[in-house]
Design a protein around this ligand. Structure first.
Ligand code: ADP
Ligand code: MG
Length: 477
């Protein structure tokens, strides 16, 4: 299984450490150890399947080397019990191919975007001149995976041409703020780099020393970059774009790929940072059409399922359902869950009814995983907003805080002070789960208004109640 987090390590010819800033004992490579343990916080959490259908843990946005549930759990029968069929009682031959960790080798219908990225990064490849790209498009359009694939191919090409190149992808929703992003970058080189004790500028110096020592450049992919921009502004991006400028040899600099679901994410960049991101560096990822989705899941079905376990008409149905959102992740998740339902019923193939069952259980837009990743205090703040905002377009922060007080009581959660409450709102805003904006000056003067950007309040409330319920019952055990 591929692991995005380990990519830097895989491409490094030698370990970069013994910079003066870092004690010597940190510089050992541990091949047996997962390279990015903290990139997969869910591995420490218990799995709580909202639907009761699937029992998987990995959220789609985490680039991790988390182990995936093996097929072991789905095998039926034991020594005394003959397998249900020749296929061993399951429609799956390799469930890992349906997981979000699986990075497809080829991504059909994304050839244009791949070409465009190579075009934008030609200066880097041919002349060691830093290059940048802004990748945007809605959820499930292949932005993260194509960028990872691109970085891998770019690195390979650079190495073939005798140029050293590293790359790392950081998900800014999981690594909130400049400091956390810097830490993730350094940990991609050395997992034991300490969580505390280094300021941002010290961390930048460590990175500079490592790149210089290794005589290499790096491509940093900042995924879901709007979370970083909202939380910390554009300082870090500006610093990155000027990194290594003083070196004539064209080494030690940073190229950036910024990824966002929002077309206008770059509006958060200040002028100085924006100047490095010309309009021409944008790469659009459109929603997939029904036919494109069909191609994608057809290939996935061949990789993941035993031959003959799914018919073309069933794949048509899945593509139809997912085409409403143009979201490949949704299509793959429906296929996966439909397979689990087929297994549950000991059916030898996936039928339309399994797809319909899976549809009812799978939520589009990856919202479920994003909500599960919230800690309890923030989930409670969001639940209060979801309840209060029903039948309204906006609510004031005052109204939200009142509702928060009630929900805290209901869930036996300590109500946090005003400052902390605002911090939670800020984080939810940066995570894109709420939209907070200052109102136009009206009768009541300026006030901050909250709206829900992506999902009906009722659906959000239902999902949060379920998640909080699971959290409650898990703690109660
Ligand atoms: N063109 C494609 N071919 C094969 N799989 C794809 C394609 N586009 C997306 N996927 C798959 O769909 C899922 C979502 O893709 P991802 O890159 O995470 O989307 P985004 O980052 O735009 O939300 C992943 O499992 C990915 O492998
Ligand atoms: Mg993504």
């Amino acid at each position: 299984m591929d692991s995005g987090c380990a990519e830097v390590a895989r491409h490094r010819p030698e370990f970069p450490l013994d910079s003066p800033e870092v004690p010597d004992d940190r510089g050992k490579v541990h091949p047996d150890r997962p390279e990015f343990p903290e990139e997969c916080p869910e591995s420490k959490q218990e799995a709580h399947a909202i639907t009761g259908i699937r029992e998987r843990v990995s959220p789609p946005e985490v680039e991790s080397s988390c182990a995936y549930p093996s097929q072991e759990g789905f095998k039926r029968g034991g020594r005394d019990m003959p397998p249900m069929s020749l296929k061993g009682g399951t429609v799956f031959k390799d469930q890992g191919k349906l997981s979000f960790d699986y990075l497809p080798e080829k991504m059909p219908h994304r050839e244009k975007q791949m070409q465009r990225l190579f075009q934008l990064f030609r200066p880097l490849l041919e002349a060691n001149i830093p290059s940048n790209a802004f990748v945007y498009g809605s959820v499930g359009t292949g932005k993260t995976h194509l960028s990872r694939r691109f970085c891998m191919e770019l690195t390979k090409k650079a190495q073939e041409g005798g140029r050293a190149l590293d790359h790392v992808l950081v998900n800014c929703r999981q690594r909130m703020g400049d400091d956390a992003v810097m830490l993730a970058i350094l940990k991609s080189y050395d997992e034991r780099f300490p969580d505390r004790g280094f300021s941002i500028s010290e961390k930048l110096n460590v990175l500079r020393t490592w790149l210089e020592k290794r005589q290499t450049n790096i491509v940093i992919v900042l995924d879901e970059v709007d979370a970083l921009l909202k939380k910390s502004g554009s300082n870090l991006i500006y610093t990155f774009s000027r990194f290594g400028e003083e070196h004539a040899g064209g080494r030690g600099h940073i190229s950036l790929i910024l990824i966002s679901q929002k077309t206008d994410a770059l509006e958060y960049l200040d002028k100085a940072a924006l100047s490095t991101f010309r309009r021409t560096s944008a790469v659009e990822f459109g929603k997939y059409t029904r036919d494109e989705l069909k191609d994608i899941i057809q290939i996935r079905a061949e990789l993941a399922l035993h031959p003959g376990c799914v018919g073309g008409d069933v794949l048509d149905l899945i593509s139809d359902i997912a085409s409403e959102f143009g979201d490949a992740r949704y299509a793959i998740e429906i296929l996966w869950n439909a397979g689990l339902l087929a297994d549950e019923e000991s059916s030898e193939e996936i039928a339309a009814e399994h797809v319909r069952g899976a549809k009812a259980a799978v939520h589009p837009t990856g919202m479920e995983d994003r909500l599960k990743a919230l800690d309890k205090p923030k989930a409670i703040v969001l639940l209060a907003i979801a309840r209060k905002i029903r039948r309204k377009a906006y609510i004031t922060t005052g109204a939200a805080e009142e509702a928060y007080s009630l929900v805290c009581e209901e869930y036996g959660e300590r109500q946090r002070g005003h400052t902390q409450y605002w911090k939670y709102l800020g984080d939810l805003d940066a995570l894109g789960l709420i939209d907070a904006k200052i109102s136009e000056k009206g009768v009541v003067g300026k006030t901050t208004l909250i709206s829900l950007p992506e999902i009906p309040a009722k659906t959000l409330e239902g999902m949060l109640v379920e998640i909080l319920g699971t959290k409650k019952s898990k703690t109660a055990k």
